[in-house]
Design a protein around this ligand. Structure first.
Ligand code: SF4
Length: 239
């Protein structure tokens, strides 16, 4: 999140749970069987467990996961599991308490560790750690995270820091994201824009077009690979 804060969406622009679940149901009818709830930070959305339950109740979803910063996970892990969430990815770029506090503007890395323990205990497995690296996984922070993952039997995925201005992006090491030739993902933003690619300005409004039409267009216009996204920022499109 940028230091100057983020542009808040107007309440009426944010999709309701019924809209998100309705859209997901339509997407599943069109062959989607993996759903990931992401953010921003999904655990700060009021009623998130209810949303998970609504999505988990849709027939045909083989994999329902959430990407979270893990800070609130300790309090939510059991309820999320009961609601039907399968697994979590936790973003963790450093295990150093001071650096973590600096990066997250006051966060406590121990909350994330507690969240990881709670997720494992609740059975939200496999727990995967998303670690952003600047150039290589040999960087000090990444090495510490890798050690932590090894010790705690967690999977790690290295995500190269992306350059939104110049449109630089690369594959996720240890994961499937970031590979344009194989990418079949669609991203629904909190305000109802369906994006066929994070690195592209194309977006189809599910309220204006209707779920079916938006899905059809997003699939039809999915770019061969990303270019540059100038209208969205990663924190609000869920990157
Ligand atoms: S097509 Fe877009 S979203 Fe998919 S991997 Fe490429 S840049 Fe990322």
């Amino acid at each position: 999140m940028p230091e100057e804060g983020i542009e808040l969406l107007r309440h009426e622009d944010i999709l309701s749970f019924d809209e998100i679940a309705g859209f997901t149901e339509a997407a599943v009818k069109h062959g989607v069987n993996k759903v990931r709830i992401t953010g921003g930070e999904p655990l700060v959305r009021k009623g998130i467990v209810t949303l998970v339950k609504m999505i988990a109740g849709i027939d045909g979803i083989a994999d329902l996961s959430m990407t979270t910063n893990g800070v609130l996970l300790k309090d939510f892990a059991d309820d999320l599991k009961t609601a039907g969430l399968h697994r979590v990815n936790i973003s963790l770029d450093t295990a150093d308490p001071e650096k973590f506090a600096y990066i997250t503007r006051g966060g406590n890395v121990n909350d994330v560790f507690a969240g990881i323990t709670a997720a494992k205990k609740a059975g939200l497995v496999p727990v995967k750690i998303n670690c952003v690296i600047i150039k290589s996984k040999d960087e000090e922070d990444a090495r510490q995270i890798a050690e932590f993952c090894l010790l705690n039997k967690l999977e790690i995925r290295y995500i190269h820091q992306m350059d939104l201005v110049n449109g630089h992006f690369s594959t996720v090491e240890g994961g499937t994201g970031g590979n344009c030739t194989k990418c079949n993902r669609l991203r629904l933003t909190a305000n109802g824009k369906l994006k066929p690619c994070l690195f592209n300005d194309l977006a189809f409004d599910i309220r204006k077009l209707g779920y079916e039409d938006a899905i059809a267009r997003a699939v039809e216009f999915k770019p061969e690979c990303g270019s540059i996204n100038v209208t969205g920022k990663f924190y609000n499109i869920g990157g």
